[in-house]
Ligand binder design. Structure first.
Ligand code: KG4
Ligand code: ZN
Length: 335
């Protein structure tokens, strides 16, 4: 089965072709990051308009790359949520229009399920069951995964997502958008001993997270440094380092706990923050100590992409799932 995957939930237009016999055939991504950077964050109306401009050319591009025609498609999968509703509607309506014209099924996919199963596109995919840490701009969740569609939420953030905290910290430190990679880069120059930030909710049992207090702590520290004239390059780097260490430590502690609690030996880490180098280094050590193994998507599939949607869509379409005639675009949708 050959499935076209479409991702338009936020600021990346992602398109890919997945074949259930031959794997990933082609993928293409257009990032709107440069456009939104001028505004310091994603402007929903501009995002929708840009998806409209880029989606059809990208679909043609992946078909050309794979040497296929539209008539070779057996199904279309698109991100139905969660995300920006106007942006989602571009992908959903295009998917349904094309599916109707080609007389093939369309299916709306949960964006986080895409992230969750993105490591399945790698050469050595994890087997089921596994624990997954989903860390993106909108979500921080620990999930026990027994198979396709068999997910049990173990814990999640009660307020901000980890990626959101990275992005807000970047703003406080006057770094470019998107902030995660910028904070990580600046942290390289930081002194890890100058500040110690709190590791929220690690001193009590449970697998939930909270990052909003840490954000406030970061802001207070930045303001205090500014007051004494020390918010210079070194001061900002030291704050970035203390912030990153606190987030990474918190995520690592909870992953360790989730592995111990479930007795599972496989950990999947996905979503934008899974690209973080220090997080990967720390997890490698902790997971190794437990005789367990960590699995990640390749770099460009850590953040939003069409391949993960094509993959999940192909599995579900193959199992006979399809949308009824209505397209689906839901800003909020629990996994
Ligand atoms: O999964 P994603 O592309 O989009 C959402 O579904 O949210 O994740 C984007 C998030 C942003 O908050 C970004 O700052 C963060 O992932 N991010 C990182 C890194 N690369 C991306 N955070 C920390 N370190 C990184 N290297
Ligand atoms: Zn995402």
């Amino acid at each position: 089965m050959r499935v076209l995957g479409i991702e338009t939930s936020c600021d990346e237009t992602g398109v890919a072709l997945y074949d259930t016999d031959h794997g990933l055939l082609a993928d293409a991504l257009y990032s709107q990051v440069a456009m939104h950077a001028d505004y310091g964050g994603v402007v929903p109306e501009l995002a929708s308009r840009d998806h409209t401009r880029k989606l059809l050319p990208l679909i043609q591009q992946v078909l050309d790359e794979a040497g296929l025609a539209r008539s070779d498609l057996d199904g279309i999968a698109y991100t139905a949520g969660p995300g920006l509703v106007g942006a989602l509607m571009v992908g959903a309506s295009t998917a349904h229009g094309l599916a109707r014209a080609l007389d093939i099924p369309a299916l709306g996919i949960h964006h986080m399920e895409g992230h969750l199963l993105a490591p399945m596109l790698e050469d050595e995919p994890p087997g089921f069951p596994f624990v997954a840490l989903l860390v993106s701009g909108g979500h921080t969740q620990l999930v026990e995964v027994d198979g396709l569609g068999r997910y049990r939420l173990l814990g999640e953030s009660v307020d901000d997502a980890a990626g959101e905290a990275f992005d807000k910290t970047a703003k406080m430190l006057e770094l470019a958008y998107p902030g995660g990679p910028e904070v990580a880069r600046l942290a390289e120059q930081g002194n890890p001993r100058r500040f110690r930030f709190p590791r929220p909710m690690t001193d009590r049992p449970g697998l939930d997270f909270s990052f909003s207090g840490l954000k406030t702590h970061t802001l207070t520290t930045a303001n205090n440094l500014r007051d004494v004239g020390e918010l210079d390059d070194q001061g900002r780097a030291d704050i970035a380092r203390a912030f990153e260490d606190a987030v990474v430590d918190t995520l690592v502690i909870k992953c360790r706990r989730a592995l111990d609690q479930t007795g599972l030996k496989r950990l999947v880490v996905a979503g934008g923050v899974s690209a973080n180098k220090r997080l990967r280094e720390r997890l490698a050590i902790e997971v190794g100590k437990r005789g367990a193994r960590a699995f990640y998507p390749r770099g460009r599939f850590c953040t939003d992409n069409g391949a993960m949607i094509a993959y999940v869509g192909a599995q579900r379409l193959l199992a006979g799932e399809r949308d009824d005639s209505a397209m689906k675009a839901v800003p909020r949708w629990p996994l």
